[in-house]
Design a binder for this molecule. Structure first.
Ligand SMILES: [Ca+2]
Ligand SMILES: [Ca+2]
Length: 137
């Protein structure tokens, strides 16, 4: 985990870089798919949902909240990813929904940089890394 500062532009740049986005999402998907069947089950997806810390803020839920309430939030997020409602998330669904969520996140952030605690292998962390590499280059 590390604390990073990011703003809407960081995310938008990342989404515009299709190659970087596709490979990060693909890697993340492969990591989450622990039984390697090419699909994410609810259990496999939980790790990702937990790393989407922005939703804790978004739903007004903090880490100490009622586990039942959190489970309901995670379930509704899972359904949001599962576009064809077959109970699993494939790579296309994962890609599409991740992109949408990141766009919504970028919109919400605007140009005010915010601090976020990010997991090392999260997609947002990748976005920050790619952005700072560009600035350095
Ligand atoms: Ca799986
Ligand atoms: Ca599905």
């Amino acid at each position: 985990m590390s604390v990073e500062i990011l703003d809407g532009a960081t995310i938008v740049h990342f989404l515009e870089d299709e190659e970087a986005f596709n490979s990060s999402v693909g890697n993340r998907f492969a990591r989450l798919d622990t039984n390697n069947d090419g699909l994410l089950s609810y259990e496999e997806m939980l790790k990702e949902l937990r790393s989407l810390r922005i939703f804790e803020t978004h739903f007004g839920i903090d880490v100490d909240s009622d586990p039942n309430e959190l489970a309901r939030v995670y379930e509704s997020l899972f359904i949001q990813f599962d576009h064809n409602l077959n109970g699993t998330i494939d790579l296309e669904e994962f890609k599409k929904e991740t992109k949408q969520m990141m766009l919504a996140m970028a919109d919400g952030m605007g140009f005010m940089p915010i601090q976020m605690v990010l997991e090392e292998d999260s997609i947002l962390k990748k976005a920050v890394e790619i952005d700072s590499n560009k600035v350095a280059a």
